[in-house]
Unconditional design. Structure first.
Length: 262
C-alpha cells in the first residue's frame, strides 16, 4: 500500500506529526489518533498521500474530526480582549472560555467562564478596594486590587489598550456608570439603560453603518469612534445562541477592530 503523512504548519515550517503505511495492510480501514496538544498557537494541517510502486497499491482517507482540545491551547495563548485602557491600568480578556483581569502585566483575577458562541453579559463593578466580575448578573470572581484609571486615559472596547490585539466577536449594548451599581438590575434591563441617571455612556449600537456610535446617555448627542468594524443585524437574547444575521436590531461585529471612548 502507499503512505499517509500528516503535517502541521507551525512557526513558519511544516512539521510531520504522523506517518504510516509502506506495507500490506489489506483491504480494511485503520483508525489512528494524533496528539496536537504540543501546538499552542494557530496551526494548519496538511494530509499527504503517496501511492506505492505497483498499480495494485492504493491509499484512502475518511472521517476526519478534531476534538475541542485541539483548540484549547490556541485560545489560551491568544486572549480575546473585552475592555482595556490606554494607560494599561485595567484589562479584561477571555482566554479559552475563562475571564482574566490584569493590572499592567500582573494577573489580579482569573476565573469565571462564558459560553462560546452564546450571548453573555459581562460586567465589572469597582467599589472601595474591591473589584468584581459578573456574568449574566451573577458574580463569578473578585479581587482586592485597587484600580485607578487616569482621567486622560482612553477606554477601549474590544481591545487591550497595551497591545494591538483585537477582539474577534460580537458586541452590543455597552454601558459605563459613574458609581458602583446593582448588577442584577442591569442584567434585568440590559436593553433599556438610557434613563439611568448614573450612566455616563450607553451604546446600543443600533446604527447599522458608519464609523461612529451614538451615546444615548448624553443629552448633547455625543458620539464615540469605532474603527474597522463590520455591522450586521441580529436579535440579542442573553444566554441564547448567536444567530445568523436577521432583520432584527443592528449590532456590530468586531473583526480585528476596536471602539475608543475618551
Amino acid at each position: 500500500m502507499g503512505v499517509l503523512e500528516v503535517d502541521v504548519w507551525y512557526n513558519g515550517a511544516w512539521n510531520q506529526v504522523f506517518r504510516e503505511g509502506g506495507g500490506n495492510y489489506n483491504n480494511t480501514w485503520h483508525l489512528s489518533t494524533i496528539d496536537l496538544s504540543n501546538f499552542t498557537d494557530g496551526v494548519k494541517l496538511r494530509f499527504v498521500a503517496q501511492r506505492g510502486f505497483f498499480f495494485e497499491s492504493d491509499i484512502s482517507i475518511d472521517d476526519i474530526s478534531l476534538s475541542p482540545e485541539c483548540f484549547a491551547g490556541c485560545s489560551r495563548r491568544k486572549p480575546h480582549p473585552i475592555i482595556g485602557t490606554s494607560d494599561n491600568s485595567l484589562s479584561l480578556t477571555i482566554e479559552g472560555d475563562e475571564l482574566v483581569m490584569q493590572q499592567g502585566n500582573n494577573v489580579v483575577l482569573r476565573g469565571g467562564h462564558v459560553l462560546l458562541n452564546t450571548w453573555s453579559q459581562i460586567a465589572i463593578r469597582h467599589g472601595g478596594n474591591r473589584t468584581a466580575v459578573f456574568v449574566n448578573g451573577e458574580e463569578v470572581n473578585s479581587s482586592n486590587a485597587n484600580f485607578t484609571i487616569a482621567t486622560n486615559s482612553s477606554i477601549y472596547i474590544g481591545q487591550n489598550g497595551a497591545t494591538t490585539r483585537k477582539l474577534k466577536g460580537w458586541v452590543d449594548e455597552v454601558a459605563i456608570w459613574n458609581m458602583a451599581v446593582n448588577i442584577s438590575n442591569i442584567y434585568d434591563n440590559y436593553q433599556d439603560s438610557s434613563s439611568d441617571l448614573a450612566i455616563v455612556l450607553y451604546l446600543p449600537f443600533n446604527e447599522g453603518f458608519g464609523d461612529t456610535a451614538s451615546n444615548f446617555a448624553s443629552s448633547d448627542n455625543t458620539t464615540v469612534n469605532i474603527t474597522t468594524v463590520t455591522w450586521t443585524a441580529s436579535s440579542l437574547e442573553l444566554s441564547g445562541e448567536i444567530p445568523l444575521p436577521s432583520t432584527a436590531e443592528h449590532l456590530r461585529v468586531l473583526t480585528q477592530s476596536d471602539c475608543t471612548v475618551t
